[in-house]
Design a binder for this molecule. Sequence first.
Ligand code: ADQ
Length: 757
Amino acid sequence: MPSASSSPGGHQLVVVANRLPVDSRTLPDGATEWVTSPGGLVTAMESVMRTVDSGAWVGWGGSPGDAPDPFEADGMSLYPVQLDQQDIERYYEGFSNGTLWPLYHDVIVGPEFHRGWWDTYQSANRRFAKTAAQVAAVGGTIWVHDYQLQLVPQMIRETRSDVRIGFFNHIPFPAVELFSQLPKRNSVLRGLLGADLIGFQRESDSLNFVAAVRRLLGYQVEGKTIFVPGLGAAPVREVQVQTFPISIDSTAVSALTEDPEIRERAAQLRRDLGDPEKVVLGVDRLDYTKGIRHRLKAFGELLDDGLIDPHGTVMIQVATPSRERVEAYRQLRDEVELIVGRINGEHAPIGRPAVSYQHHSFDRRDMTALFMAADVVLVTALRDGMNLVAKEYVASRPDLHGVLVLSEFAGAADELRAAVLVNPHDIDELKAAILRSLAMPPEEQEEAMRSLRHQVMEHDVQHWAHQFLESLTASGAPEDEATRVVRLSGDAPSDPAQLEETLREFTAVPRLLIASDFDGVLAPIVSDRDAVQPDQQALAALRELSELPGVAVALISGRALADLDSLTAMPSSVVLVGSHGAEVGALPPWMQAEVLDKSVLSMTPQKEQLLAGITSTLRRIARAHPGTEVETKPTAAVLHTRNAKGRGAINATESALEYATTLPDVTVTPGKEVVEFAVVHTSKGVAIDALSRASAADAWLYLGDDVTDESVFARLGGDDVGVKVGGGDTAAHLRIPDTEAARDLLRRLLELRGEQS
Ligand code: ADQ
């Protein structure tokens, strides 16, 4: 529920982005005028927001100083956020565009970092988060956009755990080796993980993010689900990571091409250029990620080589002014203008350019006319989240003419496979692609364009937004969270009277499941795991409990089933579950075997092979770090670092977690001096659910000491009892100090239940 300090507003859907979809301009009489602002995100979202009831948009209006009052535009409520001159310099130009932008675009230029930038990034993010938290309805949805606002999801969650929070990153997410350079990287990851759903443009971005979380935060990951440990003893929260390639309002763009006035503009454009045979077009924000220099270099060399005749072919380069106060952008502008000047000086025929350079913005209609006039469009980004220009060109060509040259480093390359795909860093390849495109026969153009159009017309921006919001609704169940939260931190054991009272109530329930972890609960942890000494009295108590009517008993361990069996010598009335739930022993006849079996995912030949590869890599790591060893289980391989010398344990763990980043389908669980790689996705929590269903228990009690036991405690229901053995944050109800106390507890359970039967 929202805290008292932020009484909720009334908007069901709140979009939070750096910029509002409008720009403020101050008129000579001092009044404010609002005009639609350009940019990829605005283009994408404006068509979606109009279709939502009670939508709001939180963002900056584009001018420094006091924020104007909220106002209505295009059927939604706009809430301007204030940014003063220093915020713009440090949060926007600094940390967002001087640090994050170059780093996330594979360090095409060197990122700069200043501690003051980070401080302002935090305070500006807090302002966006506060406004969003104030205006969202109870149980509403907040959709946060882009790299400028990565801390906002967590900041919203701090006061509004009732809302669903989605985050979409419009730009790439870098490989973990690059991301690791970012100072404050873990704070950024934690900020993002405040969301229920995190969306990226490409599958590679999603995988990079999951890998960063796994490696830098060490959180448990299953596929693209991240298990975020709760603060204090809050339960583990699941965060979904998914890929949603953004698109454009394809129908609207395509429809513009029917407009006679726009057709005439396209024809006029060609006439103005002297009716060349071929028009080559580039449209970009003037940004170093877009590969404008590479493109001009290739075109210039083709002119130098005499392979392109400037009388027959003209290039138009539209470069919208962008971030002109950031040094790298000023430099880029100078360089581009120098190159264009040189090309025109050497090659332009009298009275018209070889490269027509337009350093200004065009409206949508002019843009469509440009696309309609272009025979070849060059999208040569060195790195780009998606690149909407590529899709806009395709949508503007219902006539099926024209060729798209597309960089494989733009997200769009994953979908637009029929484009002429290029590596723009390879100037020779780029030159060849330009020549091939200029010479492409009409039938070949048609065939490619038909395929490209199928992709772009079917997957438009409405579809994108719909998919994201649908996935967001399906992920997380924030309203249940409050009831699941149990807070127990530090290491003080629970009050004995409270413990006794809880056990009394529990044993009075008709059908019980009593389950326990093994190491650390029934046997003290020892350095040689084969020399473990189970507490025989504790085991005896469990055996006796399993003989009582209405009591089911289970041991759930990370150890392999066979190992667990030989160490405990339990009778058949006790269910043994090994390998964190992946292996289940023989079931007593009264258990519904069918229910239990279904929950156990089985091995396949592919998984066997994967596991063999993992085992050999872990063995290599173990050989390099004396004292560490690898345990093999039927569905997992485990690196044990307990006996490593010096920094060996840390180094071996780091190597293992680094290796884990290459294995998206493997569940990697770091525990106490162990890292487990499981090829079957299960957990002790999944096992307790299945056991409790199969034994038809009215309530269960579980004893555990390790982080892997938290997946059980996270599932505690009304009458269930969670007992944590030892210190540390936990979602369990009760804490006891050690294995001796665990033995006493089991014996007390036996007494109490025995009295009743
Ligand atoms: P951008 O880097 O801004 O967006 P892009 O996807 O190409 O890049 O979108 C640019 C938009 O601005 C297009 O709609 C384009 O038509 C328009 N535009 C460009 N120059 C213009 C001009 N001179 N006049 C008018 N309009 C112009 C970021 C990411 C991208 C991602 C988008 C959306 O960097 O990778 O595709 O967000 O998620």
